[in-house]
Design a protein around this ligand. Structure first.
Ligand SMILES: NC(=O)c1ccc[n+]([C@@H]2O[C@H](COP(=O)([O-])OP(=O)(O)OC[C@H]3O[C@@H](n4cnc5c(N)ncnc54)[C@H](O)[C@@H]3O)[C@@H](O)[C@H]2O)c1
Length: 280
């Protein structure tokens, strides 16, 4: 697989595209919103420069990586050997996108979803060729975090699963094969980091800064509220809601009204410069 297309230039899509060009893949980045595409490109350039400033790469490597990146606002361009979607966590949107991709790509193309919680089997269900869809789940920031969960759906061709593992390894990632169950492994376990912290906040046991500080002091790299702001409060809420539904409304996954209110207010975290914290 030499050509990759990444759909969605938000938090994850821009990081995934960056990981691809840094590993030598010709990469096409697409978004329905021109502003998102512009911001995504800016993020990629900033991160490449940061890597030079830290002495981790050279100006020449940055230029080489950027020469491999193309951006497009035209969805007819979305033809590639591997296409990874990183659009919002919504099953209807993802299914509609894959149905379109299926209509313009050859049977050789592999389709991957970066979903955090929606079963791969369910996303693939309406496709004529459900065997070509696989979950390739990156972690945030995608160009830095080593872990990638590889999730075959019930129809996924085992050869495609193996190719996905090899491809993730070619990006320098640690690929872990995971069964297609709600939230896979990391998001299922990590859900309680957010849900329980929000409950503590709601019960006035402690404030945002204190909870974050305490968790950081116990060894977590980021406190839960800082992490939700990094992930995107809206995306994090969508993932909790999805898990709540898939676990048959088990109360331990119940979304919190404080988070719902942040989403309604448009306080989605770093990407909107306002979430649980302000980012002037
Ligand atoms: N944010 C995280 O930390 C994280 C981590 C792992 C996985 N994920 C998953 O990755 C996916 C994307 O999350 P995100 O945080 O990057 O979201 P985001 O909101 O930052 O970005 C989504 C982007 O998709 C674009 N988009 C929406 N519909 C589109 C379409 N039909 N075609 C093309 N572009 C479209 C939007 O304009 C937006 O720029 C979700 O499924 C999420 O669950 C997120």
């Amino acid at each position: 697989m030499k050509n990759v297309a990444v759909i969605g230039a938000g938090v994850m899509g821009s990081g995934i595209a960056l990981a691809c060009i840094q590993s030598g893949y010709t990469t096409l980045l697409f978004d329905v919103h021109a502003t998102a595409l512009k911001n995504g490109l800016q993020y990629i350039k900033e991160q490449l420069q940061l890597s030079v400033d830290k002495g981790k790469s050279s100006q020449k490597m940055t230029e080489k990586a950027l020469s491999l990146l193309k951006i497009t606002e035209n969805r007819e361009d979305l033809k590639a050997e591997l296409i990874i979607e990183a659009i919002q966590e919504n099953i209807e949107s993802k299914q509609a996108l894959f149905l379109y991709l299926e209509s313009i790509n050859s049977l050789q193309s592999i389709f991957a979803t970066n979903t955090s919680s929606i079963p791969i089997t369910q996303i693939a269900a309406p496709l004529k060729h459900a065997e070509r869809i696989v979950g390739i789940h990156f972690f945030n920031p995608a160009h830095i975090m080593k872990l990638v969960e590889i999730i075959p759906g019930s129809s996924t061709d085992p050869e495609i699963t193996q190719k996905s593992i090899q491809w993730a390894k070619s990006l320098g990632k640690t690929a872990v094969l995971v069964a297609d169950s709600p939230g896979f492994i990391v998001n299922r376990v990590a859900r309680h980091y957010y849900v329980e912290s929000l409950k503590i906040l709601e019960e006035n046991v402690a404030g945002i800064e204190s909870i974050d500080l305490l968790m950081e002091q116990t060894g977590f790299k980021m406190g839960p509220f800082k992490l939700m702001d990094l992930i995107g409060v809206d995306t994090n809420f969508a993932v909790t809601s999805s898990l709540f539904q898939q676990f048959h409304f088990d109360a331990k996954f119940q979304p919190n009204r404080i988070q719902q209110q942040k989403v309604n207010a448009g306080h989605h975290g770093r990407k909107t410069k306002h979430g649980f914290y302000h980012y002037p």
